[in-house]
Write a protein that binds this ligand. Structure first.
Ligand code: 2AL
Length: 249
């Protein structure tokens, strides 16, 4: 099976890291294709960044439709463009926040999220509500590190994340921690050992859930709102989406 994991930001080192972690957790027969948009922000840490990244994510889905893809993963904790991506394919599409919440709910009744910047907390909060996990999340915490600090100063970033995870364990009465950034995909084991609590990140969670959905032979429904978009004319830089021909293979 082939899983295309899309890092919605345009930082190659983060895409490579996500691809490496995804391949290491994947089953032996699973091929991971790790990609990123051609254009867009280097990191996603605002509503603006998310919205700008969305079209690049959708273009990566369209490319995947020409590459025999069995499932897609959107590897940014805001799950940008998730529902639009599902409209473009019959393959399952998972967001890493969504996947992490599901896995955390299987092994704990309460979890806290430790994310990057405080300003992104509202994005996680809205996703918790949308996916039905709001009551299971004790607190959304931020280590107050910009996303790219995970790439450029990994030791300092790790220290701050561990401190925040430790506070979460001491104060939040939780059974697990969800890490709130695709760039934290390589940190679970280290943090889990440090604070002696289950730590979940969405890249690994999404890979195993995607493999399960493929194994179950369940596909994204084309009945109702996730049907392929109605063909229509697009103008300007989006003219190539006209008639929807490039979207359906
Ligand atoms: C993210 C993420 O996962 N990747 C990125 O660029 N921004 N979200 C976050 N809250 O840090």
């Amino acid at each position: 099976m082939k899983i295309r994991i899309i890092n919605p930001n345009t930082t190659r080192s983060m895409t490579d890291k996500i691809g490496h972690i995804a391949q290491s957790i994947a089953s032996p027969g699973t091929k991971i294709v790790a990609t990123q948009p051609d254009s867009g922000p280097r990191s996603i840490e605002s509503h603006f960044d998310e919205t700008v990244s969305a079209v690049g994510v959708l273009d990566e889905i369209i490319k995947g439709e020409h590459d025999c893809t069995d499932a897609y993963i959107i590897a940014c904790f805001g799950d940008p463009a998730l529902l639009a991506a599902r409209e473009l394919t019959t393959a399952p599409v998972l967001g890493i926040a969504e996947a992490a919440f599901h896995v955390a709910s299987f092994i704990s009744t309460k979890f806290s999220i430790v994310t990057t910047l405080g300003r992104t907390r509202i994005i996680a909060e809205e996703l918790l509500k949308r996916y039905g996990f709001y009551d299971q999340c004790a607190k959304i915490r931020a280590a107050e590190i910009p996303v790219l600090t995970l790439e450029h100063e990994p030791d300092a970033a790790l220290r701050l994340i561990i401190e925040e995870c430790r506070r979460a364990k001491e104060e939040d009465q939780i059974g697990a921690i969800v890490l709130g950034c695709g760039g934290m995909a390589d940190l679970t084991e280290h943090i889990s050992q440090e604070i002696q609590l289950p730590v979940i990140e969405g890249v690994s969670a999404a890979i195993k859930l995607a493999e399960s959905l493929i194994g179950l032979r369940v596909r994204t429904s084309k009945f109702g709102d996730l049907a392929f978009p109605n063909p229509k004319e697009f103008q300007g830089v989006f003219a190539h989406y006209s008639a929807g021909a490039s979207m359906q293979t």
